[in-house]
Design a protein around this ligand. Structure first.
Ligand code: HEM
Length: 224
């Protein structure tokens, strides 16, 4: 029992579960953020800021937020550890490097993709989450913190918008391999479910990043 908790299988299972929890977070976060472009002007400002107030004060959401931060930290530490471990287990590279014939580009570059997603999350949280919790965000006419103005102002900048679009492409590749691989680790990618899981991972890794990327693009175009 004790050795299970220090085993590679346990670490892989935790990495898969934290990763799948983060994909659920992404769906919720996407739905919330789509409010930025569903309405416009002061209606969008009022609704988004009310939503942000609810998300930062509701006790249940606070627990989900804590689970999200924990999952990000756990997933990062575990996957870095597992990548180093598998590199050390094979100090000499495969004689025939596993090219596109037997593995996808994303699967061979998961550590790089993961680091780039981390860089995105760090910059993203500094811009919005840190500003909302510890910055000097003014109030809107309805008395809520004006996170809407902070967000739309950020995407008036073409480079900041381009950085988001680039990061969503990276996120798409990371999800493409990550989601399918998490199901495999959990033992669910059996012959019967192989095709539906691969189809789901493929669709998820395109639709979610494209929907996310549409937000900065639309906000940038609206600001012109
Ligand atoms: C591209 C469109 C996106 C927009 C407009 C956006 C906007 C925001 C805003 C306004 C906040 C602050 C709200 C708060 O602290 O409750 C926030 C928090 C956050 N965002 Fe995003 N976001 C986007 C994409 C993403 C993506 C793709 C990820 C992950 C890969 C992500 C991860 C996070 C995390 C972890 C937080 C902190 C959540 C919490 O405190 O519970 N965001 N985002």
């Amino acid at each position: 029992m004790n050795s299970y908790f220090t085993s590679t299988l346990f670490r892989k299972t935790l990495a898969a579960l934290s990763g799948l929890f983060l994909t659920l977070f992404l769906i919720g976060h996407l739905v919330g953020n789509l409010q930025l472009i569903m309405l416009s002007g002061s209606a969008a400002q009022e609704q988004f800021n009310e939503y942000a107030f609810f998300m930062t004060t509701n006790p249940l959401v606070k627990i989900l937020s804590l689970l999200t931060y924990t999952s990000i930290i756990l997933h990062t530490i575990l996957t870095i550890f597992l990548a180093i471990q598998s590199k050390n287990a094979r100090p000499v590279d495969y004689a025939v490097s596993s090219g596109s014939e037997n593995s996808s580009w994303a699967s061979r570059n998961m550590p790089l993709l993961g680091v780039l997603v981390m860089v995105f999350i760090a910059i993203h949280m500094k811009s919005f989450w840190y500003e909302m919790h510890w910055g000097q965000v003014g109030n809107d006419p309805w008395g809520n913190q004006d996170l809407y103005t902070v967000t739309v102002t950020a995407f008036r900048e073409v480079w900041y918008t381009a950085f988001y679009v680039f990061s969503m492409i990276i996120l798409g590749f990371h999800l493409n391999h990550g989601v399918a691989s998490a199901f495999q680790t959990l033992g669910l990618k059996t012959q019967k479910y192989l095709s539906p899981i691969e189809k789901f991972a493929g669709a998820f890794s395109i639709l979610v990043p494209v929907a996310f990327a549409s937000i900065p693009i639309i906000l940038y175009l609206q600001s012109l």
